[in-house]
Structure formats: C-alpha cells, structure tokens
Ligand binder design. Structure first.
Ligand SMILES: Cc1cc2nc3c(=O)[nH]c(=O)nc-3n(C[C@H](O)[C@H](O)[C@H](O)COP(=O)(O)OP(=O)(O)OC[C@H]3O[C@@H](n4cnc5c(N)ncnc54)[C@H](O)[C@@H]3O)c2cc1C
Length: 371
C-alpha cells in the first residue's frame, strides 16, 4: 500500500503536487483554508516563463526549463481528463528594453547563464526592426527585446479549476474552508492535522504547500518556512481583437481579448490592496511599449501577494525532525506546475527517478546566515 498524503494548501502548488501523487497511485486529501486567505494562485499573471529565470542561479534555470518542456503534456492531459480548456500557448515571449545599454547588460547575463549551463539555453536578441516584424504595434521607445522561444502563457484561473476537477476525478479529496491550526507527528509516525473547527485529519505523509500560510505551520514540523509576501499589481483592459502576438513579462493579451498589464513588485507586508500610484506607473510603462493602450479602457485592477523565500528561489525540503513532512514553496507556481506534477512525486517518494533538489533545500539559508 502506497503512503497516503495530506496536502495543506489548495493553490496551484498544492494542487499540482496532489494531482501528480494521485496519478502515481497515492490517496490524497487537500486541505484548503478559508476565502480570507492570501491566494497567489487567484491573482497572478499567468506566464509559463523561462527567460530571466535563474540568471544568477543556473540550477533554477535548468529546473524551470524542465518544467516548461513538460507543460504541453500537462495541459493536454488536464484538458482531456476534465474536458476544460486552459488556453496554454507556448509560442515564445519577449523581455522588452528601453535602452541599448540596459539590453546589453541583460544579454551579458543570459550569455553567462548559457555558459554556466553548458547548453543552448534559448534566447535571441531582436532589434526594434526585427521586433516590429512580429509586433507591428510596438512603440518607438522600445529599442528591442530578448526573445525567448520557450516562453508562453496560460489562463491561471482555468488551470486551478482544471487541477481541482482532475484531483476529484482521480479520487482525491479537496476540502475547502479547512484551516489547519496545528500539526503533530504521532508515535506511529503518522501525522495529525487539527483544523480550526477542532476536527482532525490523519495521514502517513504531509506536504506543506500553504503559500504564505506555511510560515506559521512550518515550525510545527521543524521546518523554517521562511517565506515573505511581495505585492504585485495587475491591470486588465477591455476586450480587444487579437493585437499582441506574444506575451512579455509585463504585458499579454489573454485568451478572452483583454490586455493584462503587470508587473509591479512592492514590499507592503500583508497589504494586497491595489493603489492608484502603482496603477499609473505600470500603465505608463505599458503605453510606452504599446502606444495604442493609451486609448484603451482599463476594466479592473487588483493586487496579490507573491510568496518569496530569502533568495527568491523555490524551497523543497523534507523535515529532518519530522520525517514524512515536506515543504514545497515557490514564487513561480504556474511555470513550475508541470515539474511539480510530474517530478515532485518522485522526490517525495525518493524513487530512482527523483530529481536532485538538494540545492533548493532550506539548509542553504543556514549556510548564508553563517557567512
Ligand atoms: C501578481 C502576481 C503575478 C504572478 N505571476 C506569475 C506568473 O506569471 N507566472 C508564475 O509562474 N507565477 C506567477 N506568480 C506566482 C504564483 O502565483 C505563485 O507562485 C503560486 O500561485 C503559488 O501558489 P501556492 O499554491 O504556493 O500559494 P497560494 O495560491 O497562495 O495558495 C496557498 C493556499 O494555502 C491555503 N492555506 C494557507 N494557510 C492554510 C492553513 N493554515 N490551512 C489550510 N490551508 C491554508 C490558502 O487558503 C491558499 O489557498 C505571480 C504571483 C503574483 C502575486
């Protein structure tokens, strides 16, 4: 009999892991907190993105590329199983630049990464004329872009819904309004999670995928779970006919036609309110890229909190004091969904196919603290 898992957190990270474990024959229960919880999976930008990832951390770039390369399979599989579409497009994407010097500095970073990886890590440098062939609407302030052939985007809300549906189809349980307050490991090694309403759920193994909620629960399992919030704000315009061919880190046209604009980064604690100042700043930058946006109506804006580790990279760690308890946390949970579904179950079960995630362990923070 394979170990039975409880996953704490029903965001995209918890659901991706749950889905993978179910496919590998485990029994899985996902416990997800209340509506008032911070939920990055419902407020993000929807990029399935390789470019810029791990420019100074080659192991992270390689992990991201593995995930991106499996994303088509994941999308096809979820769509087939659930009958829902999730609108994955992987036709490349742009990193826009407004000055030659800034673009050259970035290219140097990409070259360094390629050298460190010793692979053909994909990027092309496009000047303004080349970019205009693909994106005729580009404004005169954009000097060019670094083009990433493996970049893409998806509808993140449809992804989350498809995952939840798929988990149920595969026989897993998703329990909502299930706020875990306390977790302990019993003498027999099994875990007991106690919910806010006093009820308990038991399992052989437990995965903490609670986003920002991990910071409170992690220490109960001997895990540091040092994650912090970082606010990002996103805008969406009225629906337009297709006008932008490919996404970038800051602008994309979603499948329904709206132009989605990001991507701000603010240290604002747990405050996820959008503000006019940030709306204005990111709208101005978007107009500099695509001047036609100046005449487009904004429909909505929102703020959401990223989950950031001390060095910004994912955390994959089994507790040394509570074997069978794990933390899985990252700030690009959409991009990494395929790796989480297809590879993490092997890491959790330590099979022969387990990816080497040693460099993503929490121990790295101890080392950097000691320096
Ligand atoms: C503005 C913005 C833009 C982003 N853009 C992208 C992007 O383009 N591409 C990309 O790959 N990533 C992007 N991200 C990051 C991505 O959204 C996150 O990495 C991902 O959503 C994290 O998922 P999660 O499941 O870890 O966390 P969450 O989605 O926050 O889910 C955590 C879940 O845990 C539950 N929980 C918490 N505490 C408890 C508890 N005690 N008991 C039970 N349940 C609990 C909560 O209810 C919640 O549902 C973006 C994030 C933001 C904020």
């Amino acid at each position: 009999m394979k170990p039975e898992y409880v996953i704490i957190g029903g965001g995209v990270v918890g659901c991706a892991v749950a889905y993978g474990l179910l496919k590998n024959g485990h029994q899985v229960t996902v416990l997800d907190g209340g509506d008032s919880a911070h939920r990055a999976s419902r407020g993000n930008f929807g990029l399935v993105w390789l470019s810029c990832k791990g420019l100074d951390a080659p192991h992270y770039a390689a992990w991201t590329r593995r995930s991106v390369s499996m994303w088509r399979e994941l999308a096809d599989e979820l769509e087939q199983l659930t009958g829902d579409t999730i609108n994955l497009e992987q036709n490349g994407g742009y990193d826009f630049h407004f000055s030659e010097a800034e673009m050259q500095a970035r290219v140097t970073q990409y070259q360094y990464l390629r050298q460190a990886l010793g692979t053909d890590h994909p990027f092309e440098v496009w000047d303004q004329a080349r970019l205009r062939q693909e994106e005729p609407q580009i404004g005169p302030d954009v000097v060019g872009a670094i083009y990433g052939a493996e970049d893409g985007h998806v509808n993140p809300l449809k992804l989350l819904r498809a995952y939840t549906k798929a988990i149920k189809i595969l026989g897993g349980k998703v329990i909502t309004q299930a706020n875990v307050e306390h977790i302990e490991q019993q003498a027999d090694g099994r875990f007991c999670a106690t919910l806010l309403d006093g009820s308990t759920v038991n399992s052989d193994k437990i995965v903490l995928a609670a986003g920002l909620g991990a910071a409170k629960l992690g220490p109960q399992l001997g895990l540091k779970a040092s994650v912090k919030p970082q606010k990002g704000q996103v805008l969406i315009t009225e629906k337009l006919p297709p006008v932008i061919n490919r996404p970038s880190g800051i602008i994309r046209q979603v499948n329904e036609g709206g132009i989605q604009i990001g991507d701000s980064k603010e240290d604002a604690g747990l405050d996820d309110q959008d503000t006019m100042a940030v709306t204005a700043a990111i709208a101005e930058r978007a107009i500099a890229v695509y001047p036609f946006l100046a005449n487009t109506r904004l429909i909505r804006s929102w703020g959401a909190l990223r989950i950031i580790s001390p060095d910004g990279l994912p955390i994959y760690q089994q507790s040394s004091s509570h074997p069978g308890a794990y933390i899985v946390s990252c700030h690009s949970g959409i991009t990494l969904a395929a790796a989480h579904s297809y590879l993490l179950p092997h890491w959790l079960e330590n099979t022969a196919d387990s990816p080497d995630l040693e460099l993503f362990s929490e121990d790295r923070f101890e080392l950097s603290e000691a320096r």
